[in-house]
Design a protein around this ligand. Structure first.
Ligand SMILES: *[C@@H]1O[C@H](CO)[C@@H](O)[C@H](O)[C@H]1NC(C)=O
Ligand SMILES: *[C@@H]1O[C@H](CO)[C@@H](O)[C@H](O)[C@H]1NC(C)=O
Length: 392
């Protein structure tokens, strides 16, 4: 090979490296300290500024260790659409819950496009705030959601663990195409308002291969969630997978095209739930498939409750305006902790339409009594094995 050819080749290789190789920003080189004490908020934000300002793909690397960080604001738009945040370590919220308690969010991604969060543990240290709340003190802040992704597109969360959030663990709001895979949520069964993953006003959200153990809903689905896919999720303890509460507002976006398949519930308050306030609303739920669920000792395995009115405030004597239609339950089996294993308590004003049940076999765990089903204002059909006997 001639020298000139060699030089040309090397030039091409260097050019390719510069244009395609990701820039890597190690948070330690920005001053982050993995010692579980030093506040590393600023170094992480500086690393984000660098990655977001990079015109080529960028990786933020958080090495092993424990980093104390306050509110982190990852705001777009960025100069590139391929930022990976690789977290080998643990991010810890300040142990004083007052620091973040009124901040709404601990980690917030807002207006980003093309971000992957790879690995990592978020330890929000929520126990202090829960104790404050359970002491009935009026001076407790409401608490921060650990990870919020808002007004963003094309986000991947892969292999993240979230421990002991103050409020919700993860919220997806106003997004398009968000994939959450291998998420692990852990909080005690009695921790207040610690929903695992909440999705609203978003389309194309996928939750796969995840384990959610918490004190409130494992997954909660709010108004305006469409094309949502939940598969291979284990829930418990927790309040189940819940579409709702919906219909709190008069004018509200509907929930459409939700698939929930291959899910297990262990000792949860609910299994598959749809819930709406007993108030007038333009909200609706249309097109839900619940397929292949295993219930173990679940208090309300299958439930539609359109008479939600906690404390009977602002809704007594009202009925829900939320229209629920085309909901299919297929291959659902296991045990109910209460006698009523199936409950469809729908709105008098807008009865549930097109409820389909196929191969549902739920037994009351107290074998002496058989489970029962309860229907009000619910229409649809049943086929295959149906236990308890259908009331549709
Ligand atoms: C329903 O949502 C899934 C993703 O969850 C999507 O693949 C499918 O195309 C959607 N169906 C319709 C009719 O929009
Ligand atoms: C329903 O489930 C019970 C408990 O698992 C089982 O014993 C029974 O055979 C099932 N019934 C049908 C018809 O599949």
């Amino acid at each position: 090979m001639s020298i000139r050819l060699l030089v040309a080749l090397i030039t091409i290789i260097v050019f390719l490296e510069e244009t395609t190789a990701a820039a890597t920003y190690n948070v330690k080189s920005f001053g982050a300290k993995p010692n579980g004490r030093t506040d590393s908020t600023k170094p992480l934000m500086s690393a984000w500024s660098a990655a977001c300002g990079s015109s080529k793909p960028a990786t933020i690397f958080v090495p092993k260790g424990r980093y104390v960080v306050g509110g982190l604001r990852f705001r777009g738009p960025c100069k590139n659409r391929a930022i990976t945040i690789r977290i080998d370590g643990t991010l810890m919220a300040p142990s004083n819950y007052g620091v973040l308690g009124d901040a709404d969010y601990w980690l917030l991604f807002h207006g980003v496009d093309g971000v992957t969060i790879q690995g990592g543990t978020l330890d929000a240290q929520g126990a202090g705030l829960w104790a404050c709340k359970s002491s009935n003190s009026k001076n407790c802040p409401s608490g921060a959601t650990s990870l919020a992704i808002s007004n963003s597109n094309n986000v991947v969360v892969n292999g993240l663990s979230s421990l002991n959030s103050q409020m919700f663990h993860i919220v997806v709001n106003g997004c398009r195409n968000v994939r959450m895979v291998g998420v692990n949520v852990v909080a005690p069964w009695d921790s207040p308002n610690t929903d695992g993953i909440h999705v609203q006003l978003s389309t194309g959200v996928t939750i796969l291969n995840s384990k959610l153990s918490t004190g409130d809903d494992c997954v909660s689905v709010g108004p305006g969630a469409t094309n949502l896919w939940i598969e291979n999720v284990a829930c418990g303890p927790g309040h189940g997978i819940s579409i709702g509460s919906l219909g709190k507002d008069l004018k509200e976006a509907g929930v459409q095209n939700v698939t929930v398949k291959r899910v297990t519930f262990k000792g949860t308050q609910n299994g598959l739930r749809i819930k709406s306030w007993a108030r007038p609303s333009s909200g609706f739920v249309n097109g839900v498939l619940f397929q292949n669920a295993i219930m173990t000792d679940v208090q309300n395995p299958i439930v539609i409750d359109q008479n939600y009115c906690p404390g009977s405030i602002n809704c007594p004597d009202q009925v829900s305006g939320v229209k629920i239609s085309n909901v299919k339950y297929e291959d659902i089996h296991g045990t109910s902790a209460t006698k009523v294993a199936v409950k469809f308590d729908c709105s008098k004003k807008s009865p549930c339409r097109g409820i389909t049940m196929q191969d549902v076999n739920l037994s009351f765990k107290n074998q002496l009594l058989s489970a029962s089903a309860y229907c009000v204002n619910a229409g649809g059909k049943a086929s295959g094995v149906i236990k308890p006997t259908s009331c549709l």
